[in-house]
Ligand binder design. Structure first.
Ligand code: C5P
Ligand code: ZN
Length: 509
């Protein structure tokens, strides 16, 4: 039932194929005895926690028992540990595809039944006895914008019971966390959005797509608008206040500052028009206005009300070791929501601490002699950040993403980051600086898989964001291999696209 390589299907056929795959997975799962405890394993990011929340709620509704772990890395050691447990049925969400071989070898080959609900790229094997695998790539859905891990989990849950349609909004939080929303949703995410609207859990409004509108004062939101820069306003608090005043809006309300949610309809229109006009020389001035996803059951003014902010909160919980708090927040637990909000504050501090370390390391780089070991290597269209123990392994991907988006490097520059993880492992992340367009054309997962393989490491991910895990003792070797492979791609670029490279580097995969 999986599509053959080169077998091009149209969109409708692909969707049908995926739904059929998920339906078969749900049918196989329905046959599992309710006395069995389901061993659930999920990923630690927003999509992974959303996936876990969807499945947990589904299992509870089915009167099933479960045991959950959130795995930062599904290494061979973790697979061996899981296999040693007494469970018979395992469900992996938002991971498992990249570790298919490991799960087959240690779990399925020993008679355990494995369900994988994932959306990561297929690497090698994808079907085996005792393994049920649902993944959009198996249906020929190749892009990474159409469905998330939580989306696949949701389709599975909906195939078990239509009652679970009220979990659709959680799947969308996962999709947003995985950067799948781009001025709207596409394909399967669009269908899930329709389910969420019909269930009354989410509404879409058109508004300014600025981060923090539910919680931060309006002038602060404009000052920090880095995703959609407002020339002459972003980056300056006083300019932001002046800008609001010039639009005939009083930035203050009583003794405090106004939030976007405090503006009346007329003020909202003036603000939106003013912001677009101020961005008139940008590539797409109006892109700052678009869909905003409101979680209807969350109270007004809470950061949890905006699905984008909810996704950030889940990332915070997962990356700071509070996965269960994030999942509880998804499932509506009040205490978990309160703790998740506190964790969000800690996460912001971790991010600013990571950035401070990075900037300091960047400065001290210039003072080191060529024989001294540098934490940051800048050469040949790449930046390699080796944070060692200075940054948490769960935060090193976030740092790489921020550095890649920071405009500090030419589009097409590789950003590779490393940090030490427990048990003598080193966690690695790879990103590409520049426009989404450049990123979409380049398969970082394949590239990192090749590099990690030279030191016996395991890699995975997507075209635009890849991660890996290697043994710390092989870090130096890995960096040498990375320099070689990344530079080789740069050389290819110069040969194949010399004119384009001068303006916006176009990289050939
Ligand atoms: O950890 P990071 O954010 O860099 O991960 C980027 C992508 O790579 C994620 O989708 C993650 O699931 C994947 N990954 C993986 N195997 C690893 C590490 C990350 O598949 N060992
Ligand atoms: Zn995901």
């Amino acid at each position: 039932m999986n599509s053959e390589p080169g077998d091009k299907k149209n969109e409708a056929e692909q969707i049908e194929l995926l739904k059929q795959m998920v339906k078969e997975a749900a049918e196989a799962f329905s046959k599992v005895d309710k006395a069995e405890t389901i061993r659930l394993v999920s990923h630690l990011d927003a999509d992974g926690l959303s996936s876990a929340a969807v499945i947990i709620k589904t299992l509870i509704r089915e009167n099933r028992k479960y045991c959950l772990s959130i795995a930062p890395q599904l290494t061979e050691e973790v697979a061996i540990q899981l296999a040693a447990e007494s469970y018979q049925y395992y469900v992996f969400t938002d991971l498992g595809t990249g570790q298919f071989g490991l799960l087959r070898k240690h779990l399925a080959a020993n008679g355990k039944k494995v369900f994988i609900l994932d959306h990561h790229h297929i690497q090698g094997e994808s079907a085996a006895e005792n393994m049920v695998h649902a993944n959009p790539h198996l249906a020929g859905i190749e892009s990474s914008r159409e469905i998330s891990g939580a989306g696949v989990s949701y389709l599975f849950s909906k195939a078990l019971s239509e009652k679970n349609k009220d979990l659709a909004h959680i799947a969308l939080i996962g999709a947003i966390g995985d950067m799948q929303e781009d001025n709207g949703f596409s394909l399967l995410n669009k269908e899930i959005l329709a389910d969420a609207k019909a269930a009354g859990t989410l509404k879409v409004i058109t508004g300014l797509r600025l981060f923090g509108v539910q919680t931060k004062p309006l002038h602060k939101v404009l000052e920090y608008s880095s995703e959609f820069p407002i020339p002459g306003v972003t980056g300056s608090e006083s300019a932001a206040i002046q800008f609001i005043q010039q639009l005939g809006i009083n930035p203050k309300s009583g003794n405090g500052w106004k939030k976007l949610t405090d503006l009346d309809d007329g003020e909202l229109v003036r603000l939106a028009t003013g912001v677009v006009l101020q961005r008139i020389n940008e590539k797409s001035p109006e892109s700052i206005i678009g869909p905003v996803y409101i979680l209807k059951h969350e109270v007004d003014g809470s950061p949890l009300r905006d699905a984008r902010e909810f996704a950030t909160l889940l990332n915070a919980c997962g990356r700071l070791g509070k996965a269960s708090v994030g999942i509880g927040a998804c499932l509506g637990d009040r205490k978990c929501k309160e703790e998740a909000l506190r964790t969000l504050g800690d996460y912001k501090q971790q991010i600013s601490g990571s950035l401070m370390w990075y900037e300091k390391a960047l400065k001290s780089n210039g003072t080191l002699s060529s024989s001294q070991k540098k934490s940051i290597i800048l050469e040949n269209g790449m930046v390699i950040i080796n944070a060692e123990d200075n940054i948490m392994p769960t935060m090193i991907g976030t740092l790489a993403s921020i550095v890649a988006k920071s405009n500090g490097f030419q589009p097409g520059t590789f950003v590779l980051s490393l940090a030490r993880a427990p048990d003598d492992f080193t966690k690695i992340s790879l990103r590409l600086a520049g426009e989404k367009l450049v990123k979409g054309e380049f398969n970082l997962m394949e590239l990192l898989t090749t590099i990690a393989a030279t030191v016996g490491g395991q890699a995975g991910g997507h075209h635009e964001a890849a991660g890996a895990i290697i043994r710390t003792e092989r870090e130096e070797e890995f960096i040498a291999a990375a320099k070689h492979h990344l530079a080789a791609r740069r050389i290819e670029e110069k040969i194949t696209a010399p004119e384009a490279a001068a303006v916006t580097p176009v990289i050939t995969p």
